[in-house]
Every structure is written in C-alpha cells, then in structure tokens.
Ligand binder design. Structure first.
Ligand code: UGA
Ligand code: MN
Length: 435
C-alpha cells in the first residue's frame, strides 16, 4: 500500500483538513500535510507563481482576442485623412490626391470630417493598421475609338467593370502589366484600378497606363510594414483594400467589381460573362494548386458546392479570380472588406458581403469553361550587369537601354558589381573580338 493517497474530504471525520479544493492528501502518519506545499515560503512562491501564470494567460488571451478582431474585422478602411494635395500636372493632365493614415487617437480636422461625410459610417473604423493610399493619377475618359471592331459608343449602355489589379515592383512587373493591358484594351466599359504595393508613385506606370486609352486609376498602396514581415505575407491585400476604399470615396454603387491579379491570363469572354452579375457570379479558375482548377460545382444551373484542393475551414473556398460582385449589392454591405489573412482573403471578403449559396450565379456555361488562368511567372531578382560607364554614352543604344531597364526594375548597370560585360565590347560580336 502506498503511503499516501487522495480521497474526498469529510468522509473520514475531523482528521483531514479542508484546503479549499475539496481534496486533501492523507498520510498514513498522524501528521497531515497539505499536498501542494511544504513550508510557508514554498506556499508563497507557489501562490506568486500561480498569479504570474494567470497574468500571462490573461495577457495572451487579450493579445489573441485583439489580433482576431483585427484580422476578421470587416472594417473597410482605416481612418484615412485626405491631404488634398491635388496636383494637376500641366503636361499629363493627371490628378494626384494624397491620403495618409489617420490614427484614431488624432482629432479629425474639419476637412477630414467633411471628407468622411460621404462615407458610410462603418468605414470610419478603428483599425490600427498603418495603411496609406495615394491616388497617383487617374483618367476617366475612354480614348479608344474602336473596341473589338465596333465604335466605342456602341457599348455606352453597358455597366462598367472595375478591374482591380494589385501589383508590386519586381523584374516581371512591366512585362506582366504590358500583357494585361493588351487584354484590357479589347474590353469595353472598363475602369482599371492598378494598385501598386509601393510607397511612392511610379511615373513609369503612369506612362504605361496612358498608352492604351483605357480609363484607369493608379494607386500607391503599400503593404503595411508589419504585414510584410509575416510569413506568409498577405499579398495584394493592401492594394485591394485601397481599391475598395477608392470605390467608396467615389460613391460608386453601379457596375461590377472584379479582382484581377497582374499575372493571370484572361479570356475576353470572361468580361462579357461577369458584366451580367446581379449579386455575385462565380466560375472556375484554371491552374490552381494541386487540382489545376478551383471552382463551383453546379447542378441544374445552381451552385451546390466547390472543388478546390485546399478547402481548409473556408466557407467559400474560391480563388480571388473566380468571382465578380455587383457594386450595388456590395454597397448594401458597408462593412465589405478584405482582411490581412493569407489564404482567407476571398472567404472573408465574401462573408463580409453576406453571400448566400443561392445568390451565386454560375458563369462560363454552367462552370464548364475556363475563362481565367492562374498563370504564375517565375520570379528572379533583377540582374546587375557589370559595365564600364564609358559604354553608356550616346555612341550606342546602351545608355538609353539600361536607363529604361533600370526604371522598369529589370536590370541595372554597375561599374563595380554584377555579371561581367564582356561579349559586346565596342559593339563587336564576340567572335570578332577574339579573332
Ligand atoms: C494567389 C491568389 O490568386 C491571389 O489572389 C492571392 O492574393 C494570393 O494567392 C495570396 O493569397 O497570397 P498567387 O499567384 O499565389 O495568388 O500570388 P501572387 O500573384 O504573387 O500575388 C497576388 C497579387 O498580389 C498579384 O497581383 C501581385 O502582383 C500582388 N502582390 C504580390 C503584391 O501586391 N505585393 C506582393 O508583395 C506580392
Ligand atoms: Mn499570381
């Protein structure tokens, strides 16, 4: 028999002492010892330890509650303060509007209060995210004379598609946007919201956007630094949130919203399909993860489920490119927003507009066609070409070429580092140099 055991109190008369939790440790000897301490000092240390432990548990709980509030909150945009530095460039006709983050502790200025009048109440919310937004340039006039062989005015009655493209500086940015611009060039009644994940306005992007005659808005909407450190990062979220904010700012409650990443491939039929969206339309996206496809399961013209290789605990397991939303419907949900929650951006956005299964309109011949592909470009760091400055003068194209490659973030010329510039010495083919 062991020399000690637990048993309920008060079943053995007065010899056991109640220590408050209903159970006492009983020894075979007459001395009764409390099971959790040997001396006053140990008891004090234990009590203090428990207090500290409870404090830590409380603090962790508070932190978790705060972070889940932040991530799941559908607060549209943080308090943004319009600095109203509308600078109109005489040459380009661009307008530039500067917004910056407004901390909740600051008192709103009159101008800011006026600015917020036009916003739904719930967008003046309370998120401590350090977001910033600058409207770099925008053009509302469509200067394409013909679209798909028909005069532009033939399309005037169509609702506008607001095509929101998050983008970010890297070697492949300009090629991706050039390809996308050539697709959008054939789409009537479109407003391209290009939101760049970068802290300043990239003039080269303005130049690119202006070449096509497509109405556009170029936003500078950098990812807040705290999210950039996270793994995985919430890619494209700051950009899309900025676009949602911009739509609210302009009180746009007509038209169709579509989130179209800069590296996807779009069939022109996608645009005619989504233009007819009453609430939310959905369609399959090709090349998604393990199944190479993600999209709705449709039976008798109704969406009854979803096919996706990563369902996790998502209520709406769809890709960002797999749905479009009518802005009139979205405006009925002033809390519509996208959280910084990698993997769950689409799901929480669709939850924030209170989507219901029977609202979903399947497109692409009852979701049997792929009208958008999740193509991904292999990404590499920009190159550094080691080249003597003397070759970058106006005797050849090299100076201008490297200047534009540098502006596009593709490649830079350097005298001190990088891959040696040996083969084109004085513009002669390598063989001639060697001979
Ligand atoms: C997939 C989905 O298709 C995206 O819609 C989703 O945002 C993303 O996963 C995610 O949840 O992380 P994927 O091809 O894996 O897309 O991601 P990227 O194409 O690298 O990024 C999505 C968009 O965000 C792109 O338009 C990209 O230009 C932009 N992005 C990416 C940024 O703005 N900043 C970055 O640092 C990275
Ligand atoms: Mn992508």
């Amino acid at each position: 028999m062991s020399n000690s055991h637990y048993r309920p109190l008060d079943t053995e008369g007065t010899s056991s002492k109640n220590i408050g939790n209903g159970y006492a440790l009983r020894s075979t000897s007459s001395a009764i010892r409390y099971h959790w301490s040997k001396s006053t000092l140990t008891r004090k240390i234990l009590a203090f330890g428990m207090l500290v432990f409870m404090l830590v548990v409380y603090l962790v709980w508070c932190a978790l509650a705060a972070s889940s509030r932040e991530e799941i909150s559908y607060a549209a945009a943080p308090y943004l303060k319009l600095q109203r530095s509308r600078q109109t460039s005489a040459t380009s006709g661009f307008s530039r509007t500067q917004f910056s983050t407004y901390s909740n502790t600051q008192k709103p200025t009159t101008r800011m209060a006026m600015h917020h009048k036009s916003l739904p109440k719930s967008s003046a919310v309370s998120r401590a995210v350090n977001e910033s937004l600058v409207v770099c340039s925008e053009v509302f006039v469509d200067s394409r004379a013909y679209i798909q062989n028909r005069p532009r005015k033939d399309y005037e009655q169509l609702p506008i598609i607001y095509f929101v493209t998050p983008t970010y500086p890297r070697r492949e940015q300009v090629p991706e946007l050039t390809r996308l611009a050539h697709t959008l060039l054939h789409v009537p009644r479109i407003h391209w919201i290009l939101a760049n994940d970068y802290g300043t306005c990239n003039v080269f992007l303005d130049f690119l956007l202006n070449k096509f005659g497509i109405p556009f808005t170029h936003l500078s909407s950098p990812m807040p630094f705290s999210y950039r450190k996270k793994k995985p990062m919430p890619r494209g979220v700051a950009n899309r949130r900025a676009a949602i904010y911009w739509l609210r700012q302009h009180n746009i409650t007509n038209g169709i919203l579509y989130f179209g990443d800069d590296d996807n491939t779009y069939d022109l039929k996608l645009f005619s399909e989504i233009r007819d969206t009453h609430r939310v339309s959905m369609f399959p996206v090709g090349l998604i993860e393990d199944y190479s496809v993600s999209g709705p399961v449709v039976r008798k013209g109704k969406v009854v489920g979803f096919l996706d290789s990563w369902v996790a605990d998502r209520h709406w397991p769809v890709d960002m490119a797999g749905f479009a939303v009518n802005l009139a419907f979205m405006s009925e949900h002033p809390n519509a927003s996208m959280p910084y929650k990698p993997g769950y951006e689409e799901d929480y956005f669709l939850r924030s507009i209170s989507l219901k299964l029977d609202y979903i309109e399947p497109k692409g011949n009852d979701c049997t066609e792929i009208l958008v592909w999740h193509t991904q470009t292999k990404s590499r760091n920009r190159s550094i070409v080691r080249i003597n400055r003397e070759y970058l003068d106006d005797r050849s194209n090299l100076g201008a070429l490297f200047k534009s490659l540098e502006i596009m973030g593709v490649s830079v010329a350097s005298e001190t580092e990088g891959t040696c510039f040996s083969t084109v010495l004085f513009l002669l083919p390598k063989t001639e140099i060697e001979n």
